[in-house]
Design a protein around this ligand. Structure first.
Ligand SMILES: *[C@@H]1O[C@H](CO)[C@@H](O)[C@H](O)[C@H]1NC(C)=O
Length: 160
């Protein structure tokens, strides 16, 4: 019994270290996003990204959601396997030229690069439903409270 328990624990540890996920703390993520150039990227601030990521994944890089159409969404920004990455199952455009499982680890620079592509191609953040519903047009300064990251104000807000 004990040996079996050890096997289970070892396997579980192995799986965790293979995926190497992380649930980001709000301010840590804010700093990371700012450093990666998302404060005032195409008119959006770090507040927009924090708000969106909160509602999409709860800042959990390992989060996967399955859609009724058979596609799945991966990682902190919930990028879709029909458009942005390849999961080997869904027919995909793979516009970010990446393996969906690479979106599940703690390293989010590739997630950020892909998300930038989403915003660049769509010219806005409406690709994320939760952003439209919970973040667009809201005061997003609360998201950066105590983070020592300052919301870059933008012209877009006037129109939204
Ligand atoms: C993605 O990476 C995983 C883990 O390395 C691998 O098992 C899988 O076959 C890859 N999928 C594709 C579609 O390349």
């Amino acid at each position: 019994m004990q040996a079996w328990g050890t096997v289970v624990v070892t396997l579980a540890t192995l799986m965790v270290t293979t995926v190497d996920p992380k649930i980001y703390e709000r301010c840590e993520l804010a700093k990371k996003l700012e450093k990666a150039g998302l404060n005032d990227f195409k008119g959006y601030s770090v507040g927009d990204w924090l708000c969106m990521a909160h509602y999409e994944s709860g800042f959990d890089t390992s989060f996967v959601d399955h859609n009724p159409d058979g596609s799945s969404e991966y990682g902190i920004f919930q990028l879709n396997s029909a458009w942005w990455c390849n999961n080997g199952i869904t027919p995909t455009q793979n516009l970010c030229h990446m393996n969906c499982s690479d979106l599940l680890n703690r390293h989010i620079l590739d997630d950020i690069a892909c998300a930038k592509r989403v915003v660049s191609l769509h010219k806005n953040m409406k690709a994320w439903d939760s952003w439209s519903r919970h973040c667009s047009g809201h005061d997003l300064s609360e998201w950066l409270k105590g983070c020592n990251v300052h919301l870059k104000t933008d012209s877009r807000k006037i129109n939204s």
